[in-house]
Design a protein around this ligand. Structure first.
Ligand SMILES: [Zn+2]
Length: 312
C-alpha cells in the first residue's frame, strides 16, 4: 500500500480507505449489514433512514415499519451474514458483535446451536475477519430472565464480551450488577451502552457499577470535564457511532461531534457503525464523514483507527 491512511482520507479515496485494517466494535450484527445485500436475497426493499429521529420509540417504529418483514430466524441470520460480508468488503479486520441472549427463544434452539450457526456464517462469508463474539443484553428484560438465558452461553466459554443496549431509562443500571459480576467471573470484557440518551453522570455510574472496560456511545460524557477525566484516567474506551448519533438527534452535526473533545481529553475512541441497515454508513464512510466535517484531522483519525485494532 503506497498511500497512507491519512493520505487516503485527504484524497477522499474510499477504496484506499477500505484497504487499511479497521475495527467495528459497536455493531449490532442483526442490523449491522448492507441493506442492498439483504434486499437482493429477500426481495424486501429497505430504505435507509432519510430524516432525523428524536426518540427510541421513533427508532423502534422505524425498525418495525422497514424491517418488520424480516422477522424470521432465516431472515435474522441473513442480516447477520450481511454484517460479516460488509466487514469483509470494508477492510474491517476486527468485528465485535453478536446475538442477544434472548435469541434462542426466537430461533427455538439452544445457546450452543445458535452459537454454531453464527460461527458457521462467520467462517462461510468472512473467515479472514477476526470476529469477537459478544453476548447482547436488552435493558428492558427482567434480571431473572437474563440470568437464566446467559448461563448456557457463558458455559460455552466461546464469547469474549458482553454489552447492554436498548432503552437506557428502562431500569437502573445497578440492577445489572450481578449479571456483570457473573460475566466477569467468566473472563468477559465488559461493555454497556450509556450516555446516548442519558447524561454524563450516567456514563460514570455505568462504568463504576458494572466495572466496565468500554462504553458504547458514552457521548454525553462530553458535557462534563470531570467525567471525561475519569474515563481517561481509567482507560475506558468509547466506541462511538457518528451518523447514528446524528440521525437520532444526539448531536447537532458531525462537525461538533464529541469525539473531538474525547480525543483532546486523552480518551481512547473508536469509530463504528451501530446499525448499518438503518444509517447506511460503513466504517470507511464514517471515517471520511468525520474528516470532511472537520471534526478530526487525517492524522488524528489514523490514531483512532489504531485504537480499535487491539484492546490494550
Ligand atoms: Zn448501539
Amino acid at each position: 500500500m503506497n498511500q497512507t491512511f491519512p493520505d487516503a482520507l485527504r484524497a477522499g479515496d474510499l477504496e484506499a480507505i477500505r484497504r487499511w485494517p479497521k475495527s467495528d466494535l459497536h455493531n449490532h450484527l442483526v442490523g449491522g449489514g448492507d441493506a442492498a445485500y439483504v434486499s437482493a436475497k429477500t426481495n424486501v426493499r429497505i430504505d435507509a433512514l432519510d430524516h432525523k429521529l428524536r426518540s427510541i420509540a421513533e427508532m423502534h417504529a422505524w425498525a418495525d415499519r422497514h424491517l418488520g418483514h424480516l422477522n424470521s430466524p432465516g431472515a435474522r441470520l441473513l442480516m447477520i451474514e450481511a454484517a460479516f460480508v460488509q466487514a469483509a468488503n470494508d477492510g474491517v479486520t476486527r468485528l465485535e458483535g453478536g446475538e442477544d441472549i434472548w435469541a434462542p427463544t426466537f430461533y427455538k434452539c439452544s445457546a450452543a446451536a445458535l452459537t454454531e450457526s453464527l460461527r458457521g456464517v462467520h467462517l462461510r462469508v468472512a473467515p479472514h475477519v477476526e470476529w469477537i463474539p459478544q453476548l447482547g443484553i436488552s435493558r428492558h428484560c427482567l434480571i431473572k430472565d437474563i440470568d437464566r438465558w446467559i448461563r448456557p452461553f457463558l458455559e460455552l466459554r466461546f464469547y469474549h464480551t458482553i454489552d447492554l443496549s436498548g432503552d437506557e431509562l428502562a431500569q437502573p443500571i445497578e440492577n445489572f450488577k450481578p449479571i456483570y459480576r457473573l460475566a466477569k467471573q467468566y473472563g468477559l470484557r465488559l461493555k454497556a451502552h450509556a450516555g446516548e440518551w442519558g447524561d454524563a453522570d450516567s456514563v460514570r455510574r455505568a462504568v463504576e457499577e458494572l466495572e466496565l472496560d468500554e462504553v458504547q456511545h458514552g457521548i454525553a460524557a462530553a458535557e462534563s470535564p470531570t467525567v471525561m477525566r475519569f474515563l481517561a484516567d481509567n482507560s475506558i474506551r468509547l466506541n462511538v457511532c457518528p451518523t447514528s448519533n446524528l440521525m437520532l438527534s444526539r448531536v447537532e452535526s458531525l462537525a461538533v461531534h464529541p469525539i473531538r473533545k474525547f480525543y483532546d481529553a486523552g480518551i481512547k475512541v473508536t469509530i463504528n457503525t451501530d446499525d448499518m441497515l438503518m444509517f447506511a454508513q460503513s466504517v470507511p464512510k464514517e471515517f471520511l464523514n468525520i474528516y470532511r466535517a472537520g471534526c478530526l484531522t487525517a492524522d488524528e483519525l489514523e490514531q483512532v483507527r489504531r485504537n480499535g485494532l487491539s484492546d490494550d
